[in-house]
Design a protein. Structure first.
Length: 318
């Protein structure tokens, strides 16, 4: 993606990285922005209206062009905007998606039109191709420039996010090649490559998986509250969050950990002096963290990994 700006606005370069985590009110003050689900080498869904969104200066016109398709809108008072391009047929040659607002332009290069699949789940889906059986055969033969993939970093959030982070090869679209495909979900790759050979259209694979997660991590809090079986789980989580706040938050947790560690260490020292085994109950730092920031919480992965792309046009979910 290339961001072209007015010469009078160089300070945007300093702040563009911070835009990923700023709130919606700030979005109207920071110029043109789009979430990381849109990027160079991405695949957009064929035969469906293509929805684009982001933020811009409040009340400004925003226009998008892809091939001979164009759409325009005006950003809301908080800077948010959404527009929709007409549906397109599959297209295997890279095109440029250009989004403009005032003096700013975002360009996404080498964009294909095909089928987009969200590949979600637990460790079986998260398992990378480099770790599967016969990886030494599959990876060297993975020459499919028409397949693109993106891996979303596994994490959770108590609130819905606007974006997910870019870290190393996470959060960016990559073209399938022997040099890149080892980091793709193995299940997603075998699924996508077979479809690609059968249908002869570009394929986009979005890996949003996290080992050890459960159903309650991937649905909204509102949905969980309607399920009697989920209420004890929600009650326990809410009590943990309340206790964290009432116990002084991070400062209180540090004090409790220090006190518990001191008590355990005194017992362990006595045991060592007697030549005995150290006692159990050694304080685990993970037990003294904010429960709302532990990731695998009610709706946590949904908020952090799915909501940032919730408006995307896709073919389906694997």
């Amino acid at each position: 993606m290339k961001l072209q700006e007015c010469p009078l606005c160089p300070w945007i370069h300093v702040f563009c990285g911070l835009l990923l985590f700023l709130g919606p009110v700030m979005g109207g003050e920071r110029g043109l922005w789009m979430p990381n689900i849109f990027g160079d080498q991405m695949v957009l869904q064929r035969d469906q209206p293509i929805r684009l969104w982001g933020r811009a200066e409040a009340g400004k016109s925003v226009a998008a062009t892809l091939g001979d398709h164009t759409a325009a809108t005006v950003s809301e008072s908080d800077g948010r905007w959404t527009l929709t391009l007409d549906s397109m047929k599959a297209h295997s040659l890279g095109q440029t998606l250009m989004v403009k607002s005032a003096a700013e332009t975002i360009r996404f290069e080498n964009v294909l039109i095909g089928d987009v699949w969200v590949c979600g789940g637990q460790s079986n889906m998260e398992w990378r191709l480099r770790s599967v059986r016969d990886a030494d055969v599959e990876i060297p033969s993975a020459n499919y420039p028409g397949i693109r993939f993106i891996r979303i970093k596994p994490e959770g959030s108590p609130e819905a996010r606007d974006d997910f982070p870019v870290e190393k090869n996470d959060g960016i679209w990559l073209s399938c090649s022997p040099e890149t495909i080892g980091d793709c979900s193995g299940v997603a790759y075998f699924f996508g490559s077979r479809l690609h050979r059968r249908l002869n259209v570009p394929g986009g694979l979005i890996s949003a998986a996290w080992g050890g997660t459960m159903a309650q991590h991937w649905v909204t809090r509102e949905t969980l509250e309607t399920l009697p079986a989920a209420r004890p789980y929600l009650k326990k989580y809410d009590e943990e969050c309340r206790s964290w706040i009432e116990g002084g938050g991070e400062q209180g947790a540090e004090a409790r950990f220090a006190a518990d560690w001191s008590k355990w260490e005194a017992l362990a020292k006595t045991a060592r002096e007697k030549g005995e085994k150290e006692p159990g109950g050694k304080p685990n730092p993970q037990k003294y963290t904010n429960p709302a920031q532990r990731g695998r919480i009610p709706a946590g992965p949904l908020n952090a990994m799915i909501m940032p792309m919730a408006g995307l046009s896709i073919r389906g979910v694997l």
